[in-house]
Design a protein around this ligand. Structure first.
Ligand code: FAD
Ligand code: NAD
Length: 471
């Protein structure tokens, strides 16, 4: 067996692992990066990138269908194979950035094998034994496939196979109304498939219900059937004719089934016990410094079970470079991590939702709202659905959510404000170009100050006093 010694051994070349490897190598560390599958991980190959490419094509189809603002809509001619070619082209355009060649160019040693720990400071991958000062577990997550009777006897899709489809499903059953289910349900519907989402509880259940409603209403209007409060307890049928049976006994039929009921951290076969790495509720257990129970080993991204977002994995990566390279302390914050569901309209959130803020602070919060229907640009664009909702405590935003066109772009402002722990006056005092949708955020912030200025007897008294004395 070949022996290799490194400063840092990174397992998994996805969003988190690549960021660590690139940063550490460029700052002088000797890095080995081990990847069992495709370079780029879930996000590039089976997650963010293909889903957003598919969503973009579906958006074109819908815009053609809807027309509007005086332009007649017409039923689009969707060439599904060409749409999937766009998905593949997008992956191929981004792939060089994550490629083995690029990383080797940065000085990283890349091993293309499955890695497993054989001891507290040793990993084996193929024919190589790697010992290192520090290890980074960045193995991501896999689709959770629930033990529903009948599921293992029928063909089903997950995010790992759905982007391989060559023909548009006649009727897609989507099991799970989380972000994956909702994004893909709308995309397939817009491309011409019949779609039914079967959700055990509430669709987009993690989100503020008021914001989620704006999104789900649009999906329903577009013809996506969303069946909520319906736990699937059985799957029946065969390829092309499937049935999901819910707890109440209702059978819902479709031609294809997409399973999107969550993720499970990828820890199988990693030999965590050999390295003394503990797990907790299925994820690798870490402290606020992202260290595992083996002090040499960090866990970042999906495998750490603290959320499943590419930007979160990237944040984790940046954080652990401090202690690994410079022996400086690092401590995780999670109050400023944004998330976006890329349905149309988009739903974006950073910090606490209203319900989370009430649970933490009781009545010590104020809730500000600004509807897109009162935004001049939104009116001109004919995109007036949705609202911005900001939760304020003692003059500072502790959460902001936006449902509306381009919400994913608009949330950036609030992500900055929350990360800096800015006061709301910073947003209200900002000058924004007119007319832009971003003014919806300023309007929400303004809603905090308006009553304090315009409904205050004291302010009125002061103004009258000053006016009497002014020359
Ligand atoms: C359909 C879908 C859409 C998504 N859309 C978004 C989005 O729009 N925005 C967003 O922020 N997030 C999105 N996500 C989530 C995002 O893809 C993940 O959060 C992100 O990829 C996690 O990065 P990671 O580095 O933790 O793991 P990954 O990117 O999954 O990388 C882990 C890598 O480790 C490798 N590996 C695993 N075990 C081993 C081993 N033992 N040895 C060697 N290699 C191993 C895997 O092959 C993989 O390449 C989406 C996910 C899905 C499924
Ligand atoms: N835009 C993004 O950033 C983006 C997009 C997709 C995924 N992701 C990440 O991936 C994660 C996983 O997404 P997801 O949508 O697979 O999972 P999820 O956990 O967010 O949602 C799964 C849904 O499935 C439902 N469910 C579970 N068992 C069921 C059953 N038997 N019958 C009916 N419904 C059932 C749950 O109630 C839940 O609402 C997300 O939480 C997110 O972190 C991010």
């Amino acid at each position: 067996m070949r022996a290799f010694r490194a400063d840092i051994c990174v397992i998994g070349a996805g969003s988190g692992g690549l960021s660590v490897a690139a940063g550490a190598a460029q700052m002088g560390a000797r890095v080995v990066l081990i990847e069992a599958g495709e370079m780029g991980g879930d996000c590039l190959n089976t997650g963010c990138v293909p889903s957003k490419a598919l969503i973009a094509a579906a958006g074109r189809a819908q815009a053609t269908r809807e027309g509007g603002l005086g332009v007649a809509g017409t039923e689009p001619q969707v060439d599904f194979a060409a749409v999937m070619a766009h998905v593949k082209t997008t992956i191929a355009a981004i792939a060089p950035h994550d490629s083995q060649q690029r990383f080797e160019g940065l000085g990283v040693t890349v091993l293309r094998d499955f890695a497993r720990f054989t001891g507290p400071d040793t990993v084996e991958a193929g024919g190589t034994r790697v010992t290192a000062r520090r290890f980074v577990l960045a193995t991501g997550s896999r689709p959770l496939v629930p033990p529903i009777p009948g599921l293992d006897g029928v063909p089903y899709l997950t995010n790992e196979t759905v982007f391989e489809l060559s023909e548009l499903p006649a009727h897609l059953l989507v099991l799970g109304g989380g972000p994956i289910g909702i994004e893909l349900a709308q995309a397939f519907r817009r491309l011409g498939a019949g779609v039914t989402v079967v959700e055990a509880a509430r669709a987009l259940g993690r989100e503020d219900p008021e914001l989620a409603a704006a999104v789900l209403e649009n999906l329903r209007q577009e013809g996506v059937e969303i069946v909520e409060g319906a736990r699937a307890t059985e799957v029946r049928g065969q390829a092309g004719a499937l049935e999901l049976v819910t707890e109440s006994g209702r059978a819902i039929s479709g031609s294809h089934l997409l399973v999107a009921v969550g993720r499970q951290p990828a820890i199988a076969g990693l030999g965590l016990e050999a390295a003394g790495i503990a797990t907790e509720t299925g994820a690798v257990k870490t402290g606020r410094d992202l260290r595992t129970t083996n002090r040499r080993v960090y866990a970042i991204g999906d495998v750490a079970g603290r959320g499943a977002f590419t930007h979160l994995a990237g944040y984790h990566a940046g954080l652990i470079l401090r202690p690994m390279l410079f022996a400086l302390p690092a401590r995780l914050r999670d109050d400023h991590v944004p998330r976006v569901t890329y349905a149309d309209p988009e739903l974006a959130q950073v910090g606490l939702t209203e319900a989370e803020a009430r649970a933490r602070y009781g009545d010590g919060i104020e809730v500000l709202r600004a509807p897109f229907a009162a935004n001049d640009r939104a009116l001109a664009e004919g995109r007036t659905e949705g609202l911005a909702k900001v939760i304020v405590r003692r003059g500072r935003p502790v959460g902001a959510g936006i449902a509306g066109a381009g919400a994913g772009e608009l949330i950036g402002l609030w992500a900055l404000a929350l990360s800096r722990r800015d006061k709301l006056s910073a947003i209200a005092g900002m000058i924004l170009p007119y007319p832009t949708q971003s003014e919806v955020s300023k309007r929400a912030a303004g809603a905090y100050f308006s009553p304090r200025l315009f409904d205050s007897a004291l302010v009125k008294r002061v103004v009258r006093l000053v006016q009497r004395r002014l020359p």
